[in-house]
Design a protein around this ligand. Sequence first.
Ligand SMILES: [Zn+2]
Length: 429
Amino acid sequence: MQRRKVTLKLYPNAAQMARLEAWTRLHCELYNAALEERIDAWRKAGKSISYYDQQNVLPQIKADRPEFVELGSHALQQTLRRLDLAFQSFFRRVKAGQTPGFPRFKSAKRFSGFTYPDPAGWKLMQHGGRGTTLRLGSGDAALSIRARGRHRFGVEAKPNDITLTRRNGQWFVSVTLRVPDAACARERTGDQRRGVDFGVTDWATFDDGRTIDNPRWLRVDLPKLAALQRQRARKKKGSLRFKRIGRRIARLHDRIANLRRDFVHKKTTCMVQSCAVLATEQLAPKNMSRSAKGTVEAPGRRVQQKAGLNREIRSAAFGMAHPMLAYKAEEAGTRLHLSHTRQLKPSQRCSACWEIVPKTLSQRMHVCPHCGHTAPRDQNSAMVVLIDAHNTQDTPGTGVAARPKPRPRQRGKSKFLTRETPTTAPSGA
Ligand SMILES: [Zn+2]
């Protein structure tokens, strides 16, 4: 049994929308009241209130305020849990010596939505046609909301819990499905063995030299975004026009995010479907895009350039690509090999003689002084991770190649023997 999450866009009519909004306000009210109770109890009596203390008051609240009844008791409990989680994270971070913000009161406008934590109080129906229907509540008061799209797991998939979220005035339902392994399987159409290097210049470069362009959505839309932000800066803060432009900015951000996610989904699916072995390096976009600012005492160099590069790195969405590759590889029975970047140093290593050839980021060609091997930088890295994948055959299907040290001089010993690029398929593999 596997868990899969799908998010569908909801199309509530005006009346349904109003009720969803009203329910969100009630959940928000509960959240804020529970937060206030915790703060008061601590201030006045030095007493800390647990999740269970608050959960046990819920029946009383429902008796006093009947409008809470139709929200469903488990959904209400889940909102209290959400607050509890906020407190847990707060205390955990305090303990760890960080300086987290205290859990905040939330305005109903910013409250993102609510969750049904188990398959009760709602139903997700996918029958015929192209869409899905989400039914909330029961009896005459139930809401039947249309949703676009349907999940691909068929009838065996059992919806387990849902979260309704509101973003930019649009509603989405995020469904966790429990899917049998067989229903997860993805068709694979090819048995290639490929190394791939993700980068900013080309989004992906394969070991055979093929590349996938980086669409650079942000670069296209950034001037538009900047213009809108300038327009908004001229408006009076909080005015109608200020808010109106704020909504347009949010929609533009949304659009960029959608384009990006769509692109990454399509490309990763394509890669996984055509490959039996896919090798790449572990990435940490967070480290890659670390600010070059430094401190006041020790300011960094080339801060502007690094900021620009960081924007591109984040915009290329590598952080999204890897998790997608991981689960899709598993579904397609593709072996995904993640090389240890620090140990292997794919961008610095020669794929022909396995020597380290230091390069700066601006050097786009790999020219090996040891063996004379010449290849585009990214193609060379892709080749290195592919060779690494072959060297570590014992790595399980998807996982990290936890090899203590890269084996030196794997491909050929003499610098005279290996003037050519090694073939991708190793003997005996
Ligand atoms: Zn070399």
